[in-house]
Write a protein that binds this ligand. Structure first.
Ligand code: PAN
Ligand code: ZN
Length: 187
């Protein structure tokens, strides 16, 4: 393992060099957004859009790794494009999200029912404590790019959020983003 300077493009999220990437598309989010009609209409009209891309830099045997998430702007009905959202598989692993361009909202919840939101904008580094579920939402009209860093052993636990959603929704109300309690959330 050797030190290295890794270039991160704040506008595109390109990571050079990188060790892997994936993209997520709209069709993978069926049932996640609350407006099913708007979801089908958008998919029919715009096609299977890329909603976000994740690129990572991972040194083998290192404790930490980092990368970028680049989220496209867009909405399904009144809900902005968002990530799946997850807890870490290891409950003692936190993370940071450092926003580099665009604007968004980081929505968080703890296992015991607390909720928080952290506004994402260039220069703000969000601290995600261990065992807080986190989902990012692009509330702007441009790509939202942030650099994240966490333990390689943190892992992802998507099941609970996939099944229940999150306690807080970020929606557009008169073209302004607002956080509201998720009326469908069942504890
Ligand atoms: C991030 C996220 C990334 C995509 O790297 O994995 O932003 O979000 P989802 O994984 O929720 O789809 C992170 O939090 N890693 O732990
Ligand atoms: Zn995470």
């Amino acid at each position: 393992m050797l030190p290295e300077g890794v270039a991160i493009d704040p506008l595109t999220g390109a990571v050079t060099p990188n060790t892997g990437e994936y993209t997520k598309r709209l069709s993978e989010f069926r049932g996640i957004y609350r407006d099913q009609k708007a979801f089908d209409a958008l998919l029919g009209m715009a096609g299977d859009l890329v909603t976000y891309r994740v690129v990572e830099y991972r040194a083998e045997n290192s404790d930490i790794f980092f990368g970028t998430t680049t989220m496209m702007p867009g909405r399904v009905g009144d809900e902005y494009f968002m990530t799946r959202g997850h807890y870490h598989a290891r409950r003692d692993r936190g993370e940071i999200y450092y926003t580099q361009s665009g604007e968004g909202m980081l929505v968080l919840q703890s296992r015991d029912g607390q909720t928080r939101e952290v506004a994402m904008k260039p220069g703000i580094c969000a601290f995600i404590p261990p065992d807080w579920a986190h989902r990012s939402v692009n509330t702007g009209k441009t790509p939202l790019v942030f650099t994240w860093c966490c333990g390689q052993d943190a892992g992802h636990d998507y099941d609970e959020i996939a099944a229940k959603g999150m306690r807080t929704l970020v929606i557009a109300e008169n073209e302004v983003s607002v956080c509201i309690p998720n009326p469908k959330y069942v504890t």
